[in-house]
Design a protein around this ligand. Structure first.
Ligand code: AMP
Length: 205
C-alpha cells in the first residue's frame, strides 16, 4: 500500500454544517478542505459526468459509489500534483465522503482516517430550515424543493448513517451541530488540533 492521505472526516446529515466547518478549517495552516459536493458542482454541466451528477443530485440521490470514488481519487491526486493539497504537510478535511458503507471500503487504500467528526442535530426540522435558507442564498437546486430535501435526509439515514458503525468507536467524536459556527469550530478544533500537531508538527515553522 502506498502513502495514504491522513484525513479527518466531517460527517453528518445535509444541513449539519459540514461545508461551513470544512471551509473554516481549510483556512488554518496545516489543513486542506476537500468537499465532494463542491467537486461535483464544479464540473461542466454539459459533460458526461456533469450530466450523471445532475441526474442523481436533482433527485436528492447519491452518485453511484464507483463513479464517485474514481472521480474523487483522480481529483485528489490532481490537487497534489498542482501542489495545492500537500499530503505530507496537511491534514485532509474530507467533507461528504464516504457516504456509503461501500465507499468506506473503496477509499481504504487511499485514506487513513485519523478521526470522524459526527455533526449531529436532534431537531430534523432545523436541518430542513437551514437547507432552505442555503438553497436561496447559494441557488442550490437540490435544496430548493421540499421533497428533494426530505429525500436527502432519508438517504442520509438509510445509506450514510450506517457508515459510522464501520469506524472504531474511539475514532468517532459527536459534536452538536446546533450552535454558532465559532462555537462548533472550537469543539472540532479541540479534537483535531492534537491530531494535526502529532502528525505534521507546526505548519508555520
Ligand atoms: P453535498 O453538497 O455534500 O450535500 O452533495 C451534493 C450532492 O453531491 C449529493 O446529494 C450527491 O448527489 C452528490 N455527492 C456528494 N458526495 C457524494 C458521495 N460521497 N457519494 C455520492 N454522491 C455524492
Amino acid at each position: 500500500m502506498g502513502y495514504r492521505y491522513q484525513a479527518v472526516l466531517l460527517f453528518g446529515a445535509p444541513g449539519a454544517g459540514k461545508g461551513t466547518q470544512g471551509s473554516l478549517l481549510g483556512q488554518i495552516p496545516g489543513y486542506f478542505h476537500l468537499s465532494t459536493g463542491d467537486m461535483f458542482r464544479a464540473m461542466d454541466k454539459g459533460s458526461e459526468l456533469g450530466r450523471v451528477f445532475f441526474e442523481y443530485s436533482s433527485r436528492g440521490e447519491l452518485v453511484p459509489d464507483e463513479i464517485t470514488v474514481d472521480v474523487w481519487s483522480r481529483y485528489a491526486h490532481a490537487l497534489t500534483v498542482l501542489n495545492l493539497y500537500k499530503p505530507h504537510q496537511q491534514l485532509l478535511v474530507l467533507d461528504g465522503l464516504p457516504r456509503t458503507v461501500r465507499q468506506v471500503d473503496l477509499i481504504r487504500d487511499h485514506v487513513d482516517v485519523t478521526c470522524v467528526i459526527h455533526l449531529y442535530a436532534k431537531d430534523r426540522e432545523k436541518m430542513v430550515q437551514r437547507l432552505r435558507g442555503r438553497a436561496l442564498k447559494e441557488k442550490r437546486m437540490d435544496d430548493a424543493k421540499e421533497e428533494v430535501v426530505r429525500n436527502r435526509l432519508d438517504v442520509y439515514e438509510r445509506e450514510t448513517r450506517p457508515v459510522l458503525d464501520r469506524f472504531d468507536k474511539s475514532l468517532v467524536h459527536d459534536v452538536d451541530a446546533i450552535g454558532s459556527p465559532g462555537a462548533v469550530l472550537a469543539k472540532i478544533l479541540s479534537v483535531v488540533t492534537p491530531i494535526q500537531e502529532s502528525r505534521f508538527g507546526n505548519a508555520l515553522t
